[in-house]
Design a binder for this molecule. Structure first.
Ligand SMILES: [Zn+2]
Length: 195
C-alpha cells in the first residue's frame, strides 16, 4: 500500500473512533498485559508482522524522545512496547501519537491481508492514538491538529526510520525482548537511509 493510501485509511479510522467507549476498551487489556509483563514472563520469538509492528513503536518512540522501558513479543502472539510521555507536554504528546500509530503504519506499508487490515482499524493502537490526539488538541486548542495531520506525522516517522525499524525488528525477533538501552543503540547504529 502506498503511503498516501495508508494516511487516508488511518485518518478515517481515527475519525471513526467512538471516544465514549474507547478508554474502557483500552484500559482493561492494557492493565492485564502490564501485569503479565511485570511478572517477567519470558519473551517469545516470532515472525513478521508482529516484530516489525512492535519495532516501529519502539523506534518512533525512542527517536521522538519518549521514555521507553522495553519492547517484547509474547508467547500468545501479542507484543508490547512500554513508553511514556508527559501529559502536559505538547511536544511529547504529539510524539506519543506518532508512536501509537507507528505499528499500524509499519504493517499498512507492507500490504497486510484484508482481515488484518480490519483488525488494525479497531485496534487498541488506533483507540489510544485517538484519545491522545484529543489530549493534544486540549493542550493547544488554537492549533489545527486534524487526524490527517497526525496520520501524516506517523506515516512519515515510520517511512523515514525504516532501516532502524528493520534492525530493531530483527533483534526483537531473535531475543523476544529488548531493553531501552538496546533499542536506542540499534536506532543509531547504522547509516541513515536516504529518503
Ligand atoms: Zn501496536
Amino acid at each position: 500500500m502506498d503511503i498516501e493510501a495508508a494516511i487516508d485509511l488511518v485518518s478515517a479510522w481515527l475519525d471513526a473512533v467512538q471516544v465514549e467507549s474507547a478508554s474502557h476498551r483500552v484500559d482493561e487489556p492494557q492493565a492485564r498485559y502490564r501485569a503479565r509483563d511485570a511478572r517477567g514472563e519470558p519473551g517469545a520469538n516470532s515472525t513478521w508482522p508482529l516484530a516489525i509492528h512492535e519495532a516501529a513503536h519502539a523506534v518512533v518512540a525512542t527517536r521522538g524522545g519518549l521514555r521507553v522501558s522495553y519492547a517484547r513479543l509474547r508467547a500468545d502472539g501479542s507484543g508490547a512496547v512500554n513508553y511514556e510521555a508527559t501529559p502536559t507536554s505538547v511536544n511529547e504528546m504529539v510524539s506519543r501519537v506518532m508512536a501509537d500509530l507507528a505499528g499500524v503504519f509499519a504493517e499498512l506499508l507492507r500490504d497486510p491481508h484484508p482481515l488484518r487490515r480490519q483488525q488494525l482499524a479497531t485496534s487498541c493502537d488506533v483507540l489510544v492514538a485517538r484519545l491522545n490526539a484529543d489530549l493534544c488538541r486540549g493542550l493547544v486548542p488554537t492549533w489545527e491538529l486534524s487526524h490527517r495531520c497526525f496520520a501524516v506525522l506517523g506515516a512519515c516517522a515510520v517511512a523515514s526510520s525504516w532501516q532502524d525499524i528493520t534492525r530493531v525488528s530483527r533483534a526483537l525477533d531473535t531475543s523476544g525482548s529488548l531493553s531501552s538501552t538496546r533499542i536506542a543503540a540499534l536506532c543509531w547504529a547504522g547509516p541513515r537511509c536516504a529518503l
